[in-house]
Design a protein around this ligand. Structure first.
Ligand code: FAD
Length: 377
């Protein structure tokens, strides 16, 4: 296959998991890291707006004609090496066995590889580290962009290095995680055109131990104490089961999964604001609910549960109705879904209704998690 392919008649509705979005000026599929960097460099030089696209699973894109060129990142090579081996030219990778039990392993993957293919491959080889992040759609290259996380693990915990093309300086270089400013569902790359991720390296446990299980629901299902490690394959199976129950594994036959995942991040408020929020919950729902409201210590203050607030503000699963083109998933209030014929305007109207309703009910502002292209909430 050629390194770069121009795809005729592109539509973002066909390239995003929300299945909405208009027609870009062009779609360039790039099958090597070098082709990605060259395409973005040429478009930047020509002053053409670029949308760097992975799996389209974290995007809300406007309809109509879009004045931009999509560069689809599709390089997907994978290689493994022992952690203490020199870094260039990774090998196709040994199967984990008794001999390498104590060592760490580095996996290097092309940014365009589907993320869950990488997770499945590492788990099949007996390596631990990525299993809690099973079932998340999208590409490897997008995982550092919003510091992807689920079930108590974030990419920041397992990230080794990132190769990026710096669009300001034109440099293709490897950078350490510290350069990425990784934080809760964000980084210096999110909502920015600073750099394009070309390859990513993750550090894995070659002894076949999962990351410590920190998420209570997962620990309960696995029958382990929080903080314990266990078999990555068992963790993967269990996470996939939990995610399917919440409509968080993409399924072409299930409109409940046609979403951009969690539409809002969990809001972080200051300690000082917490009593006022609890009191608004008490006024509306009673003291018992106020006492039960989930609130966890987090960087920058206290993290609340967006899903809990949405539901308590009156937006139940499936809101507003079974005939609405855009509605909340019937399995999870945090996912806004397209039932097949929603437009970007339908999704935006629903997102505004939910955001404003939560603010009116409890005085808490919800922030959208996806990246917006040509539109905003
Ligand atoms: C059903 C479902 C479940 C989800 N569950 C989770 C979850 O549990 N946890 C979680 O964190 N997220 C979750 N998400 C959100 C999403 O899957 C992740 O954010 C994912 O990493 C996005 O990857 P992508 O390749 O689809 O990115 P895209 O949607 O293609 O792009 C998202 C943003 O990243 C940029 N980008 C993409 N690739 C690159 C690159 N190589 N270099 C630079 N910028 C790039 C794009 O320009 C855009 O700004 C879920 C989404 C869905 C639909």
């Amino acid at each position: 296959m050629a390194d770069l392919v121009a795809v005729p008649d592109p539509s973002l509705a066909d390239l995003t998991t929300l299945r909405i979005g208009g027609r870009p000026r062009a779609l360039l599929e790039c099958h090597t890291a070098e082709a990605v960097a060259a395409a973005v460099a040429a478009l930047d030089d020509a002053g053409v707006p670029v949308l760097v696209l992975g799996g389209g699973s974290n995007l809300v894109v406007a309809g109509g004609e879009l004045d931009l060129v999509v560069v689809a990142v599709r390089n997907s090579e994978v290689g493994y090496r022992p952690e203490d081996a020199p870094s260039p030219s990774p090998s196709p990778g040994p199967r984990a066995g008794a001999g390498d039990a104590a060592a760490g392993v580095i996996v290097r993957a092309g940014a365009g590889l589907p993320w869950d293919d990488l997770v499945a491959d590492t788990v099949a080889r007996g390596y631990g580290g990525l299993e809690c992040l099973s079932g998340i759609p999208g590409s490897v290259g997008a995982t550092p962009v919003q510091n992807v996380g689920a079930y108590g693990v974030e990419v920041a915990q397992v990230l080794h290095r990132v190769r990026w093309y710096d669009r300001a300086t034109g440099t293709d270089e490897w950078v350490e995680p510290a350069a990425l400013g990784l934080a809760y569902r964000t980084s210096v790359l999110k909502n920015s055109s600073a750099a394009v991720v070309l390859e990513v390296e993750f550090r894995l446990d070659a002894a076949g131990r999962s990351e410590p299980i920190r998420y209570a629901e997962l620990a309960g299902r696995l029958g382990v104490a929080p903080g314990e490690r266990t078999d990555p394959a068992l963790v993967r199976r269990t996470v996939l089961e939990l995610r399917r129950g919440k409509g968080m594994v993409l399924d072409d036959d299930d409109e409940d999964t046609w979403s951009a995942g969690s539409f809002f991040t969990n809001p972080v408020i200051s300690e000082d604001e917490l009593p006022a929020v609890r009191s608004r919950v008490a006024d509306r729902l009673g003291a018992e609910q106020a006492a039960q409201m989930p609130a966890f210590a987090a960087a920058g203050g206290v993290k609340l549960s967006a899903g809990w607030l949405i539901e308590r503000a009156g937006f139940g699963k499936g809101h507003p109705s079974s005939s609405s083109p855009a509605r909340l998933s019937t399995k999870h209030t945090l996912a806004l879904t397209n039932r097949g014929h929603a437009t970007a305007d339908d999704v935006i109207a629903l997102a505004r209704e939910v955001r404003d309703g939560v603010r009116e009910a409890f005085g808490v502002r919800l922030h959208p998690e996806p990246v917006w292209v040509g539109c905003s909430i």
